[in-house]
Design a protein. Structure first.
Length: 424
């Protein structure tokens, strides 16, 4: 398990575990990301999709789990293709996976070609104007780094229409087109019996058959489990890598990845009839013992997880037992009803589990009134972050304010060598 010697007090009187515990005491919560679980999930998806290649979607900071750490671990595990949303995300991914193919889903804008070429990543082009601008850049510079073509088969969000895709087929089949991949995106992949899936599959299969020699990709995480017809040459799992259930109509085949714990900052007692939290929406029906936890909606623990006198909210694991949220989640704090725990089972300074130990991402999403994707990508920046597994040693990530303070007093970090200049 990784740690940062800058933040953990070093003393010969303490063990390594005690040193780490002392350092973590400065944080209200601890977020642990299991890189081995991410690798295991990727390998399971890879096996499910054979003979298709299995890529990895690592956009949005690898769904909140850390782009650099996840990309490096998967790169070492054998993943050869990554998808991100922006050029900035691609820069981070490139530093972690120097030889991988990296596609940028956000598309191509005029005057961004140099950025793509500098880090050797590929735009996903979903508009004829983008394609024209990309062509101009490639002709002007001689750049041949490649791109993907996105075709809309029903999402009505990004992508060339089927008619537009048909119109560029002569250009593609003429050769020397620089298109490495043709893709589309499923609308309802998590619904096994949705008629939209079959409709999209038929449309995509029909158009890609005319893109001579260009690999094709359609399946996202849930799409992989629709079967071989949807898998084509490459699959693009995202949320499933991070433990979100890609088959919500069945048991989750993926391993959990994220464990989130937060610290008890106070134990207090309230009498029967007293209210707790903003608005006084939760009233104690008996003499109640509360644990006040240092986490709130500013940390990605949604206000929707609150409880009131008529509705039970989310649960937290305290001393091995589930305990309910009492009252509204506030910006930095939540109250937990621990009345039923044995005496002294929970004390000030103890860590409780908000995610993990049986509380899944999908369960928390249910209480938040959203999906697992949003839970993961909302995980706050005030946690101490620990990475374990992945055959790598990573420093514990620190909050932005602490990083800024260090940067103001630390010598600059040597940057990796720049890639070769653009072709002339």
């Amino acid at each position: 398990m990784a740690s940062d010697p800058k933040m953990i007090p070093q003393t010969g009187l303490l063990s390594a575990e005690a040193n780490q515990a002392a350092g973590l005491a400065a944080y209200g919560g601890v977020l642990t990301v299991d890189l081995d679980a991410i690798i295991a999930n990727w390998r399971k998806l890879e096996k499910t999709a054979v003979p298709a290649e299995c890529s990895a979607v690592i956009k949005a900071n690898a769904y909140g789990c850390g782009t650099e750490q996840v990309a490096r671990a998967l790169d070492k595990a054998g993943c050869k293709t990554f998808f991100v949303a922006t050029i900035e995300e691609a820069r981070t991914a490139r530093a972690a996976a120097p030889e991988a193919a990296i596609y940028v889903l956000g598309g191509y804008f005029q005057n961004t070609g140099e950025h793509y070429a500098k880090i050797n990543c590929r735009p996903v082009i979903g508009d004829l104007n983008e394609l024209a601008e990309w062509d101009v850049f490639c002709r002007r510079t001689g750049w041949s780094g490649g791109a993907a073509i996105h075709i809309d088969t029903g999402m009505n969000r990004l992508g060339l229409t089927l008619a537009e895709a048909q119109a560029i087929i002569p250009r593609i089949n003429a050769g020397d087109h620089g298109i490495n991949l043709v893709m589309s995106h499923l609308v309802s992949a998590e619904q096994l019996n949705s008629p939209v899936n079959a409709k999209q599959l038929a449309a995509f299969r029909g158009i890609v058959s005319e893109f001579s020699g260009v690999p094709a990709t359609l399946a996202n995480s849930s799409g992989i489990f629709l079967g071989a017809p949807f898998q084509f040459d490459l699959v693009r799992p995202g949320a499933a890598l991070y433990g979100v259930n890609p088959t919500p109509e069945a048991d989750n085949p993926m391993q959990p990845v994220v464990d989130l714990k937060a610290r008890i900052v106070q134990i207090r007692n309230v009498e029967r009839g007293e209210s707790v939290g903003y608005g006084g929406t939760w009233t104690a029906r008996r003499p109640t013992k509360l644990a006040i936890i240092a986490v709130g909606y500013a940390d990605g623990y949604f206000r929707a997880a609150s409880s009131n006198d008529g509705t039970r909210g989310a649960e937290v694991i305290v001393a091995g037992r589930r305990c309910p949220v009492a009252g509204r989640v506030s910006m930095d704090l939540i109250a937990i009803d621990i009345t039923d725990l044995p005496p002294n089972a929970a004390r000030r300074g103890h860590l409780v589990t908000l995610l993990g130990d049986g509380i899944t991402v999908d369960e928390l999403a249910h209480h938040f009134g959203t999906i697992g994707y949003e839970v993961l990508t909302s995980l706050g920046r005030r946690y101490a972050r620990i990475y374990k597994g992945g055959n790598v040693v990573e420093p514990l990530e620190r909050p932005v304010a602490a990083q800024a303070a260090e940067q103001s007093s630390s010598p600059p970090v040597e940057q990796p060598a720049s890639p070769p200049p653009l072709p002339s």
